[in-house]
Ligand binder design. Sequence first.
Ligand SMILES: Nc1nc2c(ncn2[C@@H]2O[C@H](COP(=O)(O)OP(=O)(O)OP(=O)(O)O)[C@@H](O)[C@H]2O)c(=O)[nH]1
Ligand SMILES: [Mg+2]
Length: 396
Amino acid sequence: MPTNLPPEAMDKWELIEQAKTPKEKMEAMQEFLRYVPHHKGTMKLRGEMNRKIALIREDLEKKKRLGTGKSSGGPKLFIEKAASAQLALIGMTNVGKSCLMCATTNSKVVVTPTPFSTHEPVPGIMNFLDVQFQIVEAPAVMEGAAEGKAGGNVTLGLARNADGLILMLDLSRDPVAQLELILDELEKTRVLVSKPSGGRVQIERRPAGSRLRIIIVGRLIDCSMRDIEELLRNYKINDAVVHISGAVTLGDVEDAIYENTIYKPAVIVANKLDLPGTMVNLRRLKEHVKDKLPIVPMSCERKLGMHELGKAIFESLGIIRIYTKEPGAKVHSDHPFTLRKGATVNELAKNIHKELLVNFMFAMVWAKRLPFSPKKVGLNFVLDDGDIIEIHARIA
Ligand SMILES: Nc1nc2c(ncn2[C@@H]2O[C@H](COP(=O)(O)OP(=O)(O)OP(=O)(O)O)[C@@H](O)[C@H]2O)c(=O)[nH]1
Ligand SMILES: [Mg+2]
């Protein structure tokens, strides 16, 4: 059912999006709700907003009690992104998260049988081929994390902010139960790991200036592309990629705006394969997951499965490596640019420098899939993993 919000409410929505602190966000939500009329169509929205307000309020009060309301002290909710992608390492206590950090990244964390020993996010850099991933060990997740139990807000906040997730399970305990618990807590905060098959709308926010792109793999029931665009613009959502799959109504799109459901690529790490009896659990896990998510069997203690983990992360993120060179010079072979699959020369040029895009003339591409290399291409040329490219631009 549509919410039919008055324009004032839509204006207020923008303030929620722009809020920089949780307190600002909470106040903007309260202000927004003042303009939302009470009727059946807005029931779900009001419930959703009130739930979010309650969560923020609880968090702020807790910080006040602990005296950590200021930026100093208290666990950091967001770790500044570094490398090609940031992955949140999520798992129950003692599954071996710190051990994985030590085995695969440059970070020095304490590995111990004491439960809940990592209570603040810890970042580390993992090298795979010539790309780097930033892995952030999140404090252990437990039942009730979505309600804030055991620093759950920090862990789930990290998951929401990361580019991808590593869901870590201990094969010496029931891996299916661990996985379901993690997925449950994530879902309560509207973070999903794979796209469900029914009608779904996913709105990926993009930086200002990226514009709106609507990708439909399915069908619109009661609206056109134009209606969706208009709806998003009314909410001042001008820069986003909207993926629509299955049969979707305009109401579903509006729901997606409020619910803020996001989908994260994820890889499952099934750890402690060195322990006796774990093969049976691995088999059970595989039967349960089927091909919905990749599973990497590992023994972090014995450093087994590390390359496979890198490969699974790389593939799940859907990234490609693009090597650049200046005309007449050698390829920068150690430092490729990483872009999303399907990226064009345009995105690469923008990534390198805005000026390069403005002054772009043409590019030369060397690629195995081309019948002959180099090929002279324009901004719309779609790049692929391993391409070498030389951009020619006017001298500004
Ligand atoms: N046998 C075996 N033990 C492991 C493996 N990985 C980790 N462990 C052990 O599991 C225990 C917990 O490891 P940690 O890496 O500290 O676990 P964690 O998930 O970081 O735990 P918290 O941060 O405390 O929630 C330690 O005693 C490790 O030695 C593994 O691959 N095999
Ligand atoms: Mg730890």
